[in-house]
Ligand binder design. Structure first.
Ligand code: 6GU
Length: 228
C-alpha cells in the first residue's frame, strides 16, 4: 500500500511514522508513506497557500491552486483509489471504513487547515471526506496520522501475529475482553481461574461472554447498529 499525504506541516509526521508498527511496515516494504509539502507547490513569491474568504467571515481558506498543482503532480505517477480530504465535516472514521480502505493500493490524504479548503477542490478532486470524531482539531495532520496507523496495521504481514488484528476491539463488533499476565496474584487480586483451567473451549466462551458484557455495559450503541 502506498499512502501520499499533502500537508502544510510535513514535519509533524516524522515522530509518529518513525516508531512502532508504522515504522516496521515501512521497513518491510509493506507500506510506502510519502509526505508532501503543499507550500512547495505555491507559485506566488511569498509561497502563500491561503487567502481571505469570498463573502467575508472569520478565518482563511486554503487556495485551490497549490493543492490542485500538488494533486495533479502526484497523479502523474500514481493512480489513486481514493483522494481523501481530512475534515471535521467528513464521515466519521470507524473500523469498517479502516477495513475497506486497507484493501486499497494507493491513497492520497489531504490535510486541511484554517477554515477549510476552496470548495471547488472538494467538488472536482476529492473522492472521500473523513473526520476522526466530533471535535475540532487545528488541522487534518493528526487525523491523517490516525487513519494511516489504522490502515497500515491491517496490511497482511505487518503485525507479527497474523491473527492479532482480527482479535482487536471492533473487529467483530465487540470490545475486547480483559487480559491478564503474570503474576497470578497481584497484591491479592487474582487472575480468573478459568484462564488457568487449560479448557480451551471454555476459555473461548468466557472471553466472548466477557466481550459481550463489556460492550453492553460500555458501548451499548455498538450492539444496536450493524454499521459499527
Ligand atoms: Cl479530519 N480535521 C480537523 N481539523 N478536525 C477534526 C478532524 C479532521 N476530525 C475530527 N476533528
Amino acid at each position: 500500500m502506498r499512502i501520499d499525504i499533502l500537508s502544510i506541516f510535513p514535519e509533524m509526521f516524522e515522530g509518529p511514522f518513525s516508531e512502532s508498527i508504522v515504522k516496521r511496515a515501512q521497513e518491510k516494504g509493506l507500506a510506502k508513506i510519502y509526505i508532501h509539502d503543499i507550500r512547495s507547490y505555491a507559485t506566488n513569491k511569498h509561497k502563500r497557500v491561503d487567502d481571505y474568504p469570498y463573502g467575508g467571515g472569520a478565518g482563511m481558506v486554503m487556495m485551490a491552486e497549490p493543492i490542485v498543482a500538488a494533486i495533479e503532480d502526484l497523479k502523474i505517477k500514481t493512480n489513486y483509489d481514493a483522494i481523501v480530504f481530512m475534515t471535521p465535516d467528513g464521515k466519521v472514521f470507524n473500523q469498517t471504513m479502516a477495513n475497506h480502505f486497507s484493501s486499497f493500493e494507493n491513497i492520497l490524504l489531504l490535510c486541511g487547515h484554517y477554515k477549510g479548503i476552496d470548495e471547488r477542490i472538494r467538488d472536482s478532486y476529492i473522492t472521500h471526506e473523513i473526520s476522526i470524531g466530533d471535535y475540532v482539531l487545528s488541522g487534518g495532520e493528526l487525523a491523517a496520522m490516525i487513519v494511516t496507523d489504522a490502515l497500515v496495521r491491517l496490511i497482511p504481514g505487518v503485525l507479527g501475529d497474523e491473527t492479532s488484528a482480527l482479535s482487536d476491539s471492533f473487529q467483530d463488533g465487540l470490545l475486547s475482553p480483559p487480559v491478564y499476565t503474570r503474576p497470578y496474584d497481584f497484591k491479592g487480586f487474582k487472575v480468573p481461574e478459568i484462564l488457568l483451567s487449560g479448557n480451551e473451549k471454555a476459555i473461548v466462551e468466557w472471553k466472548h461472554q466477557q466481550a459481550v458484557e463489556r460492550t453492553q455495559k460500555r458501548r451499548p450503541d455498538l450492539l444496536k447498529n450493524g454499521d459499527l
